[in-house]
Each structure stands twice: as structure tokens, then as C-alpha cells.
Ligand binder design. Structure first.
Ligand code: AHG
Ligand code: MN
Ligand code: MN
Ligand code: MN
Length: 336
């Protein structure tokens, strides 16, 4: 029997679980098509003239890579005309992008990190795209959507997903009824369902953190990592192992596949007080996916999906992955 495609999966979700409205189905298919285009550009590398940096900086204070900007443009262009969005927000844009008046406006907000792991672009290591879907609040007075309408806790997300451009190009998605994975069939150009129910193992002996920040960490993080490194065996009775890819999408995909804990904690630097990763289009979508796969996601102390945002590009500490291990880290914070 042939495998299901993304369209078939979404139609079934629309029928069976009412988990997906027709608009959200169309929106996800449009984003998935844009990710195919981004993946195609990524795979060309030097041949497509997409490597290297521009001489521009984004609102994050990061030098933009050509692919950051190209991916952002692909997502904007793909989603403007569909009629299911009121506005979009991106890591690469200072403020929100309203749907031009020549197109109908819809009920949803789309947020994205168009190219995650930019520091890996020029060294041919897996990178990705992360997206999040929220309801657009109703404005009776016909008033335009504003930035404040995006500032919803991650628990309000309607859908979230990521594409990872690696040895395979994959799309991982949740609409609130579990987590599924699709692999791009390049010959057919279709997203084929290859993982019907992704679950994160509750226990792990594998942690992911950028060790070069150790001197800046808060005490509970230092103690937890010291214990891991001191050979205090983890729950599996074996020594801990470490991985750090520096593309959140790739680290999270590994954790969804074989378990693990991913940490980008807030630290004591002025720039690190709130953490490095962005709440609205990195931490929230990834936390929704991880929780839907049976894992947990906290900022160190509190559930990430409960955080009430107060700024579009605000940052947060991130500790996510195998539930039991995240709970262990939380205990280190509670006994700080
Ligand atoms: P982006 O490329 O979208 O700016 O995100 C990069 C993030 C995340 O993908 C990754 O986990 C983290 O930055 C890596 O940070 P370090 O380079 O400090 O390790
Ligand atoms: Mn990112
Ligand atoms: Mn990015
Ligand atoms: Mn960036």
C-alpha cells in the first residue's frame, strides 16, 4: 500500500479530528511548499550563489546570510496571496508583515524562523525552517492586526512544525494531535508520511549544550552538567554522551528521534539574561512539538508554553526533550 502524503494526512485530520480547519490545511500545505523551495535553494549551495553573508544586520544584531533573506522572501511570497493569513512575523523582519490589500485577509497569524542554524550554512551542516501558527484575534472595528496580536502564549498555537535540510529533507508537524514526520520524495516532489507517531523516549543519557558558555551559566546548570560529566550515571545506568550541532532544528530532530535533552539556558551575561533563543518562532513551536511527542520544555523553571510574551523578538532560556531529564534539570533549579 502506498504511503500517505501530507495532503492526505491533513485531509484526514480535517475530517477525523476536526483538528485542522480547511484554512489551516491550506496554510500548512503552502508553508510546506515554501520549505521545498528553500530546501532546493539550500541544496544548490555555491552553485546557486546562495552561500555567504550580506552586509546587512537583522533586528537580532546578527549579520544576515544570503539564505536568511532568501528564505524569508520565499515564505513571504508563498503566503501572501492564499487568503488564510492576517499577518506574518519573522526572525528576519523587525516588525510584522501585513497582507497587502490586493489579497484577502484570513484568520491566522504565521511566525517563522526562515533559516535556523545560519552559522552552519557555509559549512554544509544541516539547517532548517521553523514555523508557528496562531489565531488572529477578531477586531470588530475592522482595525488592522498589530504586533500586540502576536503576543500570545505558546499554548495558543494551532500548529507548529519545522523542515530540516539534511541528508534527507524532512518536515515534522503537529496540529495538536501528536507529531508526524514526512520525508521529501524528490522525484515526485511530495512530502511522504514516514513517521506516523513520533514519541520522545522518557529517559536519556545524551545532553546538548554549547559548553563554551560554561563560565556564564547560572549555578543550577553548572551543577547539572558537572554531575553529567562526573560520570554520575544517568537514569539509564550509563555515562552521559554529548552532542551540539548549533542548528536547533537538527538538535531537536535528533531528540525527537532517539531522545535527549537540549539546553540553551539563560546566563549571567547582559546579552544572555533572557537566553539566546527567540520565544515566538523558535522556543514556542519547538516546545509545542516536543510536548506533543511526550517530552517537556521549560525555560529553566517554568513551562515555555505558559510564558506570556511582551515583545515579538523576546528571548528565553530553553531546556527541552526527554521528560524525566527535563524534570531532573528543573529539580536542580528548585534546589538552587
Ligand atoms: P538562527 O540561525 O536562526 O539565528 O538560530 C541559531 C540558534 C539555534 O539554531 C542554535 O541552537 C543556536 O543558535 C546555536 O547557538 P551557538 O552558535 O551559540 O551555539
Ligand atoms: Mn533559529
Ligand atoms: Mn534564523
Ligand atoms: Mn539568526
Amino acid at each position: 500500500m502506498s504511503r500517505k502524503t501530507l495532503t492526505q494526512y491533513l485531509v484526514e485530520q480535517q475530517r477525523k479530528e476536526q483538528a485542522v480547519s480547511a484554512e489551516v490545511r491550506l496554510l500548512i500545505e503552502t508553508v510546506a511548499r515554501a520549505c521545498k523551495a528553500i530546501g532546493h535553494a539550500v541544496s544548490k549551495g555555491a552553485l546557486g550563489g546562495v552561500l555567504g553573508s550580506l552586509d546587512t544586520e537583522n533586528v537580532q544584531g546578527e549579520v544576515q546570510k544570503k539564505l536568511d533573506v532568501l528564505s524569508n522572501e520565499i515564505l513571504l511570497e508563498a503566503n501572501e496571496w492564499g487568503g488564510h493569513l492576517a499577518a506574518m512575523a519573522s526572525e528576519e523582519m523587525e516588525t510584522i508583515h501585513l497582507i497587502p490589500n490586493r489579497y484577502p485577509k484570513g484568520e491566522y497569524l504565521l511566525l517563522f524562523d526562515p533559516l535556523d542554524g545560519s552559522s552552519n550554512i557555509d559549512v554544509n551542516v544541516s539547517i532548517g525552517t521553523i514555523f508557528s501558527v496562531l489565531h488572529a484575534p477578531h477586531h470588530t472595528s475592522g482595525q488592522e492586526v498589530g504586533e500586540a496580536d502576536f503576543l500570545q502564549p505558546g499554548s495558543q498555537q494551532v500548529a507548529a512544525g519545522y523542515a530540516v535540510y539534511g541528508p534527507q529533507t524532512m518536515l515534522v508537524l503537529t496540529v495538536g494531535t501528536g507529531v508526524v514526520g514526512f520525508t521529501l520524495d524528490r522525484e515526485m516532489g511530495s512530502w511522504v508520511l514516514t513517521d506516523e507517531d513520533i514519541r520522545i523516549p522518557e529517559q536519556t543519557a545524551e545532553f546538548a549544550i554549547n559548553m563554551s558558555n560554561m563560565r556564564h551559566w547560572e549555578a543550577p546548570v553548572k551543577r547539572y552538567i558537572d554531575d553529567c560529566l562526573a560520570g554520575k550515571t544517568g537514569p539509564l545506568g550509563k555515562d552521559y554522551n554529548m552532542r551540539w550541532i548549533a542548528s536547533m532544528v537538527a538538535d531537536v530532530h535528533r531528540i525527537l528521534t532517539r531522545g535527549g535533552i537540549f539546553m540553551y539556558p539563560r546566563d549571567e551575561r547582559p546579552s544572555g539574561k533572557k537566553g539566546k533563543l527567540r520565544l515566538m518562532y523558535e522556543a514556542n513551536p519547538m516546545s509545542f512539538i516536543v510536548e506533543q511527542a511526550g517530552g517537556a520544555a521549560i525555560d529553566g523553571n517554568c513551562r515555555i508554553l505558559d510564558i506570556q510574551p511582551d515583545a515579538l523578538h523576546q528571548r528565553t532560556g530553553v531546556v527541552l526533550g526527554s521528560r524525566e531529564e527535563v524534570e531532573r534539570v528543573q529539580q536542580y533549579h528548585e534546589t538552587a
